[in-house]
Design a protein around this ligand. Structure first.
Ligand code: MGP
Length: 266
């Protein structure tokens, strides 16, 4: 296949503008919101002078990242650059919900981190079950707490562990699953190159993710750097098929892209 053929297989959506948060339901006021983190490495920063200097740009974005940040959202340091901003997470949840075949009623957030996407899936009300898998126990503790802040802790099954292990044990032979994967991209350096080489993504490259998840779902959504190499994604379109890639933008600037691999109907 030539490069042109590959690029033809990718339909890149106009960037989806997600400035306006989708109101799914109101976060439930409760005592959980004022709970303070009780473990090193888990934080709720409430003042800029407490906030790590190297992350300061995220302090100014905190309400774009979590609309209800001040209701006591918990974060790890890495989560500031890894979590999906809430309006984007809501939009992705809506897009997956609208485009996936009706019989797919379980969604697995394979790298749930502090919970941004799993919470959005749960709030969308579309899924019979939402699974959140995370191997870092501190991020998982944040995810559980944040789900309480957003009133959806009972709508998510949280599993601490390696997503490849958990998925192969839990979802072998289950055919109504969609897997959403927002993996680590190898740090914040991803933007340094004009085109991000997905074969070099650390610790898991695109091939590893695809091969690891495909046996358990034909519906895979990958959350990837906005400068990802589209030719590398196009290889997963299948013969004579197209696949959808959508950019998600805030204030006119693409933040990320999602590749929808499998039988999604947009
Ligand atoms: P960013 O590069 O930190 O922010 O990440 P920004 O403001 O776009 O950067 P700048 O170049 O304009 O200054 C943009 C988005 O990418 C974040 O909101 C995250 O959702 C996502 N993101 C960034 N990183 C480093 C990761 C990662 O390692 N894994 C995942 N899953 N998402 C990431």
């Amino acid at each position: 296949m030539s490069t042109d053929d590959l690029l033809e297989a990718v339909e890149v959506d106009e960037a989806v503008e997600v400035d306006e948060a989708i109101v799914v339901d109101e976060a439930v006021e409760s005592a959980h919101m004022k709970e303070r983190p009780d473990e090193k490495g888990i934080y709720h920063w409430s003042r800029p002078d407490e906030f790590p200097d190297k992350l300061m740009k995220y302090w100014y974005q905190r309400f774009k990242i979590w609309e209800h940040y001040d209701k006591g959202v918990w974060m790890t340091e890495n989560a500031w650059f890894e979590v999906t901003p809430e309006p984007i997470a809501n939009k992705i949840a809506a897009h997956i919900g609208e485009s996936v075949p009706k019989e797919k009623n379980i969604v697995v957030d394979a790298f749930s981190g502090v919970g941004g996407n799993a919470i959005a899936f749960a709030r969308s009300g579309k899924w019979k079950q939402v699974f959140a898998i995370e191997k870092d126990p501190k991020a998982m503790k944040c995810a559980k707490h944040n789900a309480k802040v957003y009133g959806v802790e009972n709508k998510i099954v949280f599993i601490t562990g390696d997503c490849f292990d958990v998925i192969s044990r839990r979802f072998a032979g289950v055919d109504n699953v969609v897997i959403f994967a927002s993996p680590p991209w190898g740090g914040i350096e991803y933007g340094a190159k004009e085109v991000f080489d997905l074969s070099k993504m650390q610790p898991y490259n695109l091939e590893k993710l695809y091969e690891g998840f495909l046996p358990f779902s034909k519906h895979l959504v990958f959350y990837l750097p906005r400068n990802s190499d589209l030719n590398q994604i196009a290889r997963y379109a299948g013969a004579d098929k197209k696949l959808e890639v959508a950019h998600y933008a805030i204030q006119g600037a693409s933040k990320v892209l999602c590749a929808y691999l499998g039988d999604f109907d947009f």
